[in-house]
Write a protein that binds this ligand. Structure first.
Ligand code: PEP
Ligand code: MN
Length: 348
């Protein structure tokens, strides 16, 4: 249930509505728009819903609107159709701001990581990515440098000022990852790890949730809901390819997910062309398609020497060739009315 306040409703009137929502055992969610304030009543039961109807007659209340979707906080209904602009470590994403998140698949060494981060900073990339904990299909494959990798990411952040996006796989590592991550990545294989999502919600650190290999868009939105429900509004959704019968690409990039998600949710939507393609030569066309389809950003892998990369070498872009790639992607984003936003504040 959403309570739409009248234009010019007073603080006191909004507070009264919030208290009433609490009284019926629901969770209030206030969003202050340019024109009107909305108060969401989350988790309201049928009796509560009936009692809330009385609010329609209260001063400052315009009308009551039921929220039809099961993802009560992720739905675009709750923002009355507006997109959310997230501001994370001084970088903006969503609401017309296009963000590029780039870096290697995994942190391998200080030189490989910080060297790539410097190149990305010089190209005005918004976020630096790199995994310290890697979800590998084989338990015998390199699993990431772990704590040592996090320390290298911390140094990359210190040297370049770039905010860090890195994966959290295990609730036991929440604290360590939160020490360096500006955005916690939830990998495709963990999209439905609900205790992990809940902990991320509690941490308050921004998160990028990748669509599971065979997850529907509604399941992705429900995953986001787990984080939002804990009071953490900084959630980015990521389409990274789904599993189909097609073998020519590593996964099948679902481009339609971009406009569909943009219709269903106010949250920013980014695309990972690297894991979808599995091949370097497909990364540019997939990135341009994603940007032109209205994505709010891309998360893409790049390495100084992809042929020597410890993992995902065939799909990583050569870091020295990243500049021309980025310009073409940003030109495609401009077709959809999205541009990189200037940095608003220095990294804390
Ligand atoms: C990654 O981004 O390095 C990664 C492992 O991605 P995904 O979870 O989408 O496979
Ligand atoms: Mn990878």
């Amino acid at each position: 249930m959403m309570i739409v306040m009248k234009q010019g409703a007073t603080e006191e009137e909004i507070r009264a509505v919030v208290s009433r929502v609490e009284e019926v055992g629901a969770r209030p969610h206030v969003s202050v728009g340019e024109q009107v304030t909305l108060v969401g009543a989350i988790g309201v039961d049928p009796t509560g819903r009936e009692r809330l109807q009385e609010l329609a007659a209260e001063p400052g209340v315009d009308r009551l609107v039921p929220i039809s979707k099961p993802y009560k906080l992720a739905t675009r209904e709750i923002t009355h159709g507006a997109e959310s602009t997230l501001e994370i470590a001084g970088r903006r994403i969503g609401g017309g701001a296009f963000a590029t998140i780039a870096g290697p698949c995994t942190v391998e060494s200080y030189d490989q990581t910080v060297g790539t981060a410097r190149l990305m900073r010089d190209l005005d990339v918004q976020f630096f990515r790199g995994g310290a904990y890697k979800p590998r299909s084989s338990p015998y494959s390199f699993q990431g440098l772990g704590q040592e990798g996090l320390e290298i990411l911390r140094q990359a952040k210190e040297e370049t000022g770039l905010p860090i996006v890195t994966e959290l796989m295990d609730v036991r590592d929440v604290e360590a990852v939160c020490e360096v991550a500006d955005v916690i990545q939830v990998g495709a294989r963990n999209m439905q790890n609900y205790p992990l999502l809940t902990e991320i919600g509690k941490s308050g650190v921004a998160t990028l949730i990748k669509r599971g290999l065979s997850a529907t868009l509604e399941e992705l939105l429900m995953a986001a809901e787990y984080v939002l429900k804990e009071g953490n509004p900084n959630v980015i959704l990521c389409e990274r390819g789904i599993r189909t019968y097609e073998q020519a690409t590593r996964f099948t990039l679902d481009i339609a997910a971009v406009p569909v998600l943009k219709e269903l949710t106010h949250l920013p939507v980014v695309v990972d062309p690297s894991h979808a393609a599995g091949r370097r030569d497909l990364v540019l066309p997939l990135s341009m398609a994603a940007a032109a389809a209205g994505a709010d950003g891309i998360i893409v892998e790049t390495h100084p020497e992809p042929e020597n990369a410890v993992c995902d070498g065939p799909q990583q872009l050569r870091a020295s060739e990243f500049g021309p790639y980025l310009r073409q992607v940003e030109a495609a984003a401009a077709l959809a009315g999205r541009r990189p936003a200037p940095v608003t504040t220095a990294l804390a």
